[in-house]
Design a protein around this ligand. Structure first.
Ligand code: FMN
Length: 220
């Protein structure tokens, strides 16, 4: 497919999006929650969906992702209407896409969920598709890169790739929800992880209740 974004040339100059890469790991709801959180905060999003992610999106949501109808499909995934200024999408094989270049005014990138293949590819600088190339560009430009790895257990090589990413300045943020905020619904677990992502990139949100310390703990 030809790249389809950004489509609104007049707003392009002012637009400084976060690139969100969805790779083929389990965790479509995490991606949706991060994108919704960015949009709720008034941030623009450039989306890159890897080829393999179509399978996970299909398995986890029943949604057959169609590049030609991405806006409708994304609206279903996010549960909201989206404008061309809010979200642009780039084809996974489009190395002429904006996020493929350091001169593109992206604020940074979140890979959510990140497959171990994506973790390896980014750590080794493979740039085998636009998602990996965008992450590589984000690191070389010293912009924030959050890699939300989703696999368990982890192999030695994935652990080494995660260490490589950390040393290169990326934040490795495993899709590990916590339970101390008393979640009773799956969305609360999803939102916890999405909120941690937004914390890292400095985007305001109210996706979870913050721990403020237990009364008496300071006296113990
Ligand atoms: C239903 C499904 C679930 C998967 N879940 C994971 C996962 O949680 N973590 C992972 O690393 N790979 C997972 N995979 C395998 C990746 O999709 C596969 O390694 C793929 O090559 C990743 O490519 P990408 O990084 O270009 O998206 C899953 C595959 C399928 C079909």
């Amino acid at each position: 497919m030809q790249h389809s974004g950004p489509v609104n040339a007049s707003s392009e100059a002012a637009r400084q999006p976060w690139v969100v890469g969805i790779s083929g790991a389990s965790g479509t709801p995490y991606a949706a929650a991060v994108i919704n959180g960015l949009l709720d905060a008034g941030e623009a999003v450039d989306l890159v969906v890897s080829k393999s992610a179509r399978l996970t999106i299909l398995d986890e949501t029943g949604l057959a992702w169609r590049d030609a109808h991405w806006r409708e499909d994304l609206a279903v995934l996010l549960g909201r209407d989206i404008s061309s200024a809010d979200v642009a999408i780039w084809a996974h094989g489009d190395f002429a896409a904006g996020p493929s270049s350091g001169s593109y005014p992206a604020k940074g990138m979140v890979v959510v969920p990140a497959s171990t293949a994506a973790v390896a590819g980014i750590a080794m600088g493979l740039s085998k598709d636009l998602l990996q190339r965008s992450a590589d560009v984000t690191m070389k430009e010293r912009r924030p890169l959050v890699v939300c790895v989703r696999e368990t257990p982890l192999t030695t090589s994935t652990l080494e790739h995660m260490l490589t990413l950390d040393r290169a300045g990326a934040v490795v943020l495993p899709c590990n929800p916590a339970f101390y905020h008393g979640p009773t619904q799956m969305q609360q677990l999803v939102d916890f992880v999405a909120g941690k992502v937004l914390d890292v990139v400095g985007v305001t949100h109210d996706l979870f209740t913050r721990w403020e310390g237990r009364l008496g703990a300071a006296r113990a």
